[in-house]
Design a protein around this ligand. Structure first.
Ligand SMILES: C[S@@+](CC[C@H](N)C(=O)[O-])C[C@H]1O[C@@H](n2cnc3c(N)ncnc32)[C@H](O)[C@@H]1O
Length: 291
């Protein structure tokens, strides 16, 4: 990915969560000195005005369900790989977790420089950010240096950007980390082929789902990605690759009624029902080492 565009995708996720009013996202955005909604201009185009809501809805379900799964697993350390500007630390640190976010230097250096504003008053010296290329096993080995606890590894919004070779390196790195002290790997976005079309269809109707191919084209070009070559588009393809590598894969529902979803307040009741039905047919993955 081009460096500037890497940063932009990560900023967009945070700004869309903040735009929904999610308190920790608003605090994180302000601490980073950011403002605005990168998709605001679309909101004024009649046929495209609901695209920003579709995107924030996707960002939020993945973010909230990941937090929920982390709480279900209850491992003391969270390693958020390709963390971007996720505000996850602000909800997880007060619950007693050691939160470590890792990303490429172009993102992580900014987070490291602003750590004291982003994680105010944290007495936990391990908590914070690291510069790591997740496709470099040696760097992955060093990411938890000095820390010996069960971990929950998270990859949210990462896998479709990596080539197949990078995903093999990532799996190798994650396997080594899980072999040390145990734990699991959470992949909330396990249905990339269905998430955008189903969400756009639920919120915008047919006109929405017909726009999805165009949106893929714009994003793929921006970040220099070939989704076909990168693979792992469907949950079956993902599961086969993970099991073939020796992982054990558990499918869990993407949606739970108990999730605190701010985006639902922005939808009319019919769109909300359609969206929940669509989400109920999708899964996330909890991955562990095979026995
Ligand atoms: C779409 S953003 C998602 C950020 C965050 N996980 C979230 O959900 O808000 C993708 C992130 O992947 C990071 N990334 C891409 N390739 C990476 C690599 N090889 N190693 C580490 N991070 C990477 C980018 O820098 C960016 O922050």
């Amino acid at each position: 990915m081009a460096k500037k565009n890497i940063k932009d995708t990560a900023y967009t996720n945070l700004l869309m969560l903040a735009d929904l009013g999610i308190p920790e996202a608003v605090r994180f955005r302000d601490a980073l000195g950011l403002e605005g909604n990168p998709m605001q201009s679309l909101a004024r185009v009649p046929f495209a005005s609901k695209i920003p809501l579709c995107i924030s809805t996707i960002s939020e379900i993945l973010y909230q369900r990941t937090n929920d799964l982390i709480d279900q697993e209850r491992n003391p350390t969270i390693l958020d790989l390709a963390c971007g500007y996720s505000p996850r630390v602000l909800v997880m640190a007060p619950r007693g977790y050691t939160y470590i976010g890792a990303d490429l230097p172009v993102v992580a250096e900014e987070l490291i420089a602003k750590r004291s504003q982003l994680i105010p008053g944290s007495p936990n010296l391990f908590a914070g950010y690291r510069c790591v290329d997740v496709a470099d096993e040696e760097q992955m080995q060093r990411v938890l240096a000095g820390l010996r606890e069960r971990i929950t590894i998270v990859t949210q919004g990462l896998l479709t950007y990596l080539t197949i070779e990078q995903k093999l390196e990532l799996m190798q790195g994650i396997r080594s980390l899980l072999e040390r002290d145990g734990g699991c790997w959470i992949i909330p976005d396990a249905c990339p082929d269905r998430m955008l079309p189903a969400t756009f269809d639920a919120i915008m109707g047919r006109v929405g789902s017909s726009m999805v191919q165009g949106i893929y084209k714009i994003v793929d070009k921006q970040v220099g990605r070939s989704r076909e070559e990168n693979g792992w588009q469907s949950i079956d393809e993902m599961t086969d690759a993970l099991e073939g590598f020796g992982f054990s894969v558990k499918r869990v529902p993407l949606y739970r009624r108990e999730l605190p979803l701010w985006c639902l307040d922005r939808l009319d009741p019919k769109a909300e029902d359609r969206l929940i039905v669509a989400w109920q047919s999708m899964s996330s993955l909890v991955v562990t080492l095979s026995e």
